[in-house]
Design a protein around this ligand. Sequence first.
Ligand code: PLP
Length: 271
Amino acid sequence: MNEAPPAIARPPLVIIAGNDPSGGAGIAADLQTASALGLHPMPVITSITAQDTRDVVSVHPLPASQVTEQLDVLLNDIRPAAVKIGLLPTVEVAQAVGRCLREQLASVPIVLDPVLKAGGGGRLADDPLARVLREALLPVATATTPNRFELARLMDADDDADPQTLAGALAQECACAVLVTGADVAADLGQPQVVNYAALADGERLQWTWPRLPGRFHGSGCTLAAALACELAGGAAVGTAMDAAQRYTATALSQAIAPGRGQFIPGRMIK
Ligand code: PLP
């Protein structure tokens, strides 16, 4: 047992995500966001990917037992202030993580970014994953951050179904706040503004409008979800946390870097 360290308030945040060697998305995005926002990030790896700033070449999922072993050992020592979940590459990993969180972290804020596809369009997860996320993960989550297409997959609906109606139904079904991001639709349609909606578990509805920055970004969804988890770890109410997380993400996007030949990467180490 060590001597007590000087008291520095750095709430521990569990990050459950895949590795993206470009540093744009996944573990690197979450580590940077949590560090910039003053938390102590604790990475639990779910998969190794080979990708660059353009697209994903391959995904190598870890066996579910190796993912839960990382979590079990960690949670035996440290109680986190919040959990952020990104890429769960297989049904087995998703079910095992859901079981582990239900049994061990029922009262800790959990943010689920339902990662189904990469920004470049590449597949990142098994097809039946959306159903498992809805049944095994969202009922234990405090908030989730789908884009419109991920929301449609989660709800088994058509891509053009009304996102506000779907978000309300999902929030009620899972008692989980749903923040639907509009950047993909705005970019596809060339719209000057991004509209994000939220349906909270108590029925409250929120909406934000942001100017759309030119270009495509890799890891913006990871950044937003990680920032939301950090805000919830600090005790913010979910609507307030969503607002702060979007502000942080907008600033990171405005400071993006272009290290490769594809998408921009958010500049997350904001002072
Ligand atoms: N996690 C990993 C490991 C990824 O590779 C990706 C996308 O490539 C994502 C998450 C999701 O990234 P984004 O924030 O761009 O939706």
